[in-house]
Design a protein around this ligand. Sequence first.
Ligand code: ATP
Ligand code: LTN
Length: 332
Amino acid sequence: MDEKKVMLSGIQPSGDLHLGNYLGAIKNWGARAEEFDCYYFMADMHTITVRQNPADLRRRTLEQLAQYIACGLDPEKNTLFIQSHVPAHAELGWVLNCYTMFGELSRMTQFKDKAAKHKDNINGGLFTYPALMAADILLYQPDYVPVGEDQKQHCELTRDVAQRFNHIYGDVFKIPEPYIPKAGARIMGLSAPESKMSKSMPEGCVFLMEKPEDIQRKFKRAVTDSDTERCVRYDPAAKPGVSNLMNIYAAVTGKTMPEIEAEFDGQGYGKFKPAVGDAVIECLRPIREEASRILQDKAYLESVYKAGAEKASYVANKTLRKVYKKIGFVAR
Ligand code: ATP
Ligand code: LTN
């Protein structure tokens, strides 16, 4: 059997996926399965470090799973599961809490940011979250953990905790490397092209499940630039709004910048903006339809996350048994 390198990533079901997430990241994930043995899980246990509405959390967890499948993560080729369905995460999470230092946790910038944002709910879980994340990762002995900038510090801590543990008990954990994915398109907000498209600015953000007419409305209202030229030309410094729309158009149609400039030569923005809207609608249509179909097929969705949890549990329990033995717990 060929030994593929293992890759693992967790995704918090705390918001709806948008065009920036898709073009910048998810679009490229399907192809990874050819090279790596990939695990992806919905990090529902992490999500409750911030207060959630239970119905929304349940809906988002399933919606997000359906959307990932619709975006090309094939459940036959990837292990897709829900974190809380694999109890080993909570179990190793507790153990690693006892090998993670108060000082280390105090230095995490995400804790400081979230504590400042949710002053009325600075709970223990928010503080010890990196120990659970270390458990998420180390259970699967992955070679790589794909992460964005904001999670690098947690990955470093994971490596430190794993090394500390290995130093005491011998080689139990593989030390994972952060994996910096090839940069996808960086998509800026339609209403404010100087900042990245983000769900915190919903007016300039196109969600994957949004209705075509709502998407078109957002594109028609997209901020273009106040220069007098009013032509479709790629120049991110002088024309950030138009260049962002061109980036989006290029990403969804595969056209090059000169091709796009030629296509809209002499036409101003009135034709260009709805054309980008139409192209995005057509790109997202199959994803939205497939995600809706999957969501309605409850039996299928259940079969995916059950099979995923079963496969994940097998791998995770093997590591957990080893850890329990090393630290002196009596075998069950
Ligand atoms: P936000 O909260 O700002 O909407 P997010 O929290 O949904 O963003 P992250 O969890 O930070 O997104 O990131 C998920 C993935 O999507 C990351 O790989 C990140 O690089 C990518 N991503 C997020 N927003 C964009 C964007 N506007 N353009 C390109 N890639 C993006
Ligand atoms: N903390 C991450 C989500 C996450 C994760 C993980 C990512 C939880 N466990 C394990 C990679 C590996 C976040 O907030 N984006």
